[in-house]
Design a protein. Structure first.
Length: 746
């Protein structure tokens, strides 16, 4: 076993290239071992013994007791085990890793491990069998219990012989054992009150609802389903010349290095990380990638051999699920003219066994839950609860999309019940520039009405909405068995997207960029490499300000070890903030280049004074550095016999500030639309060949683009589908069976 290299010396300043161009699964070295995780077959309970069989030569098994350092991963304020050593928190929790030269043999050996639980876990065993997950297979003697032989036979048969099923997303409400329900904890909550809910001097909430002409309420659920990945999560690790080399699609290299250092008791300067290509932000679980890396690194460190750990697709889909399931209930008091007088909103999210970002996810959902609407009386109660599901993570592109899904569907419900056009209900209640805001959250949105009007005119929404509504009513009342005309519907939704969330303590430290004008009149941008579209924008920005050819501008993806990003680079670094800082660097260089000898380097970062716009303690103010706004219309058509859906057109209008590359921005939107269309109906990818995009001209700083698609398209789709079916769709993704059955009822 290699000796510990934990040092008390100050970490040297080492320049590391933090990105690689390959997938980690393409990496290999002579003598490489394959790793496979041993997972708990129980939902909960305490492990009393792990029986290890005689392994063939060249095969190794490691559990929590073999970890050289701490058997824990510290993330923000949360500690989670690398390998479960005693109490199981969720079904499939890793309890060890087997490594060996043949991948199939490694997985076969996992079935030879015997895990003994205490007498309280038989119920958990039966529940895990019902979940029908069979890789890896683990024999399970249960001490202190004497179930009959038929019961044991049924458990063994189910766990060893059943084929791997088609795994489905875990719903928000699931029939987990009573032990799991009793152990559920509220680990984060947020309460927001304004108007009569905050002070009852002007009347009571009950009086507000009683005096309203309409009380409209509904519950909405959106549980994102991951699309297919080019590569599942995992890592390739090997020791070389005393250095632990790690190839993995991490998005948080600074955090990963520290976590590996603690678990292996290895100094950070002896850990070299190559950030390989990722299949997308939703694929690697951000903080959860570190646990997989440590598990592989433990095997590589202790054996001295290269080890590759790659999750199977079943494992990835089950244990690295994207996002958190959410259930959101809206209740509003509405007047005949469409004015919303009061709103009560309940938000519940299931974070699995743990999630270090629970409070931030919850807060972002709260901020988005009222959108841009100006409601004078608000009561929001939001809570995050644990369960016996696997841990969850945070996904920046869809972090607040569930709130917009619920809100925009609810606004459509109000429009239907009050009999007002969807555009008119929004214009009646938006927090326009000329209105006095009564909301606790203020957003720097511009030209909101222009965006709404643009998408309405592009799509001919008002005429189609009225026509389709009449058609749907006639279809429901028709007794003609051969009614053959397509069933049509059209939906409308809007949302904002905030760039640079001020409420995180590390936010101001994570926004940094440096630019160097070299002696040969070339420019180097020191930053993590952004996406190709943003890279193009940055190069054009530098070229324009410094009056240099684009070919002379380079983005160098290396940074000093001690200055590595404290937070995931894709959470708080974004086009709006980083592009603005880049422009400031270039303007300073332009002023200095005349009087200062080259090379000239300028570094910029956000000042703490920017965060004063947001009052974290009172949870009010301006929560984002900048805000873009978008609106979308989706037109859908259903086959009258099969109820197979077809999207006739998507129209998208957006104000995202100054646009440096219209082509790149449009490509980003089209790609995001295609990604979203693959997640609306389970096991289906809906096609749409008619996508129309309009950018509202603005001189404001550039804002986020693609995230607006994820916040608007689902609500517009479900609204269109609801109109066509004559039955409200309250949950996405929906299924083909749901569409067919709802259509039959209509």
């Amino acid at each position: 076993m290699p000796k510990s290299r934990k040092s008390t010396k100050k970490t040297k300043s080492v320049r590391l290239s933090l990105q690689a161009q390959d997938y980690y699964t393409d990496c290999s070295k002579p003598g490489m071992l394959y790793g496979a995780l041993i997972r708990s077959p129980a939902v909960s309970g305490t492990i009393t013994n792990i029986s290890i069989p005689q392994l063939p030569d060249g095969y190794f098994l490691f559990t929590a007791r073999d970890i050289p350092g701490k058997n824990s991963v510290h993330t923000l304020t949360t500690d989670t085990p690398v390998f479960c050593a005693d109490k199981v928190s969720y079904f499939g929790e890793p309890i060890g890793i087997i490594a060996g030269p043949d991948e199939s043999t490694v997985y076969a050996l996992t079935s030879e491990i015997e895990v003994t639980f205490d007498s309280t876990t038989l119920e958990s065993v039966l529940e895990s069998v019902a979940k029908e997950y069979t890789r890896p297979v683990i024999k399970l003697p249960v001490s202190g219990l004497k179930p009959d032989s038929n019961q044991i036979a049924e458990i063994t048969k189910a766990m060893n012989l059943a084929p791997v099923p088609e795994l489905r997303p875990v719903p928000f409400k699931q029939n987990i054992p009573s032990l799991g329900e009793n152990n559920s904890l509220i680990i984060a909550q947020r309460i927001v009150k304004t108007g009569v809910f905050f002070s009852e001097n002007e009347g009571t909430p009950d009086e507000i609802f009683k005096s309203a002409d309409f009380t409209v309420e509904g519950t909405w659920m959106q549980d994102t389903v991951q699309p297919a990945w080019a590569e599942t999560n995992g890592a390739f690790c090997f020791m070389e010349n005393g250095i632990l080399n790690i190839f993995t699609p991490t998005q948080w290299p600074n955090y990963l290095r520290k976590a590996v250092s603690v678990s292996l008791n290895l100094d950070e300067e002896h850990i070299f990380i190559k950030e390989t290509n990722s299949s997308g932000h939703d694929a690697n679980g951000i903080w959860r990638n570190a646990t997989l890396v440590i598990q592989a690194a433990v095997a590589a460190y202790l054996t001295g051999k290269p080890v590759k750990l790659t999750l199977s697709r079943e494992e990835h889909q089950t244990f690295m699920k994207s996002g958190v399931p959410a259930k959101i209930h809206h209740r509003t008091a509405v007047m005949k003219d469409g004015t919303i007088k009061a709103a009560q909103i309940d938000i519940n999210i299931n974070v699995g066994s743990c999630n270090p970002f629970s409070q931030e996810i919850l807060d972002r959902l709260v901020i988005a839950s009222c959108g841009i609407y100006n409601v004078p009386n608000i009561f929001i109660y939001a809570k995050a609860v644990t369960s016996t599901n696997p841990p969850t993570s945070i996904f920046p592109g869809t972090i607040d999309s569930q709130s917009f899904f619920a809100l925009e569907n609810h606004i459509q419900q109000i429009a239907d019940e009050v009999n007002i056009q969807p555009l008119d209900i929004r214009l009646k209640n938006i927090c326009a520039e000329q209105k006095e805001p009564s909301m606790p959250f203020l957003f720097r949105t511009e030209k909101v009405e222009d965006v709404l009007q643009a998408v309405i005119e592009m799509s001919d929404f008002n005429r189609k909405y009225t026509t389709f509504r009449i058609d749907a009513k006639q279809h429901r009342n028709s007794e003609d068995m051969f009614f053959a005309l397509p069933i049509r519907g059209i939906g409308f939704a809007c949302a904002f997207d905030g760039s640079g969330y001020f409420s995180n303590d590390l936010f101001s430290n994570s926004q940094k960029i440096a630019v160097t004008l070299n002696e040969n009149e070339t420019v180097t941008i020191h930053s993590l490499i952004p996406s190709p579209s943003i890279s193009e924008i940055w190069i054009k920005t530098v070229s324009s300000i410094l009056k240099l050819p684009p070919a002379s501008v380079m983005i160098v993806p290396d940074m000093e070890l001690n200055d590595a990003m404290p937070l995931p680079d894709n959470i708080y670094n974004n086009i709006s903030i980083m592009t603005q800082l880049l422009k400031q660097c270039c303007l300073d260089i332009e002023r200095k280049r005349i009087k200062t000898a080259l090379p000239v380097t300028v570094k910029k970062g956000l000042t703490p004074s920017m965060k004063k716009l947001w009052n974290k303690e009172a949870f009010c103010g301006v929560p984002f550095h900048s805000t873009s706004f978008g609106s979308v219309v989706v037109e859908i058509e259903l086959n009258p016999y099969t109820y197979k859906e077809h999207i006739k057109g998507i129209w998208f209008a957006i104000n995202c500030g100054q646009i440096f590359s219209a082509r790149a921005a449009e490509n980003t939107i089209r790609l995001a639309i295609q990604q979203e269309l693959s997640q609306l109906v389970s096991d289906e990818t809906i096609s749409c060949d008619s996508v129309h995009i309009s950018f509202i001209q603005s001189a404001a700083n550039p804002g986020q683009i693609g995230e607006l698609v994820h916040s608007t398209v689902p609500a517009a789709f479900s609204s269109a589908l609801s109109q066509a079916l004559g039955s409200r769709i309250r949950k996405l993704p929906c299924t083909a069976e749901t569409i067919y059955s709802q259509g039959g009822k209509a």
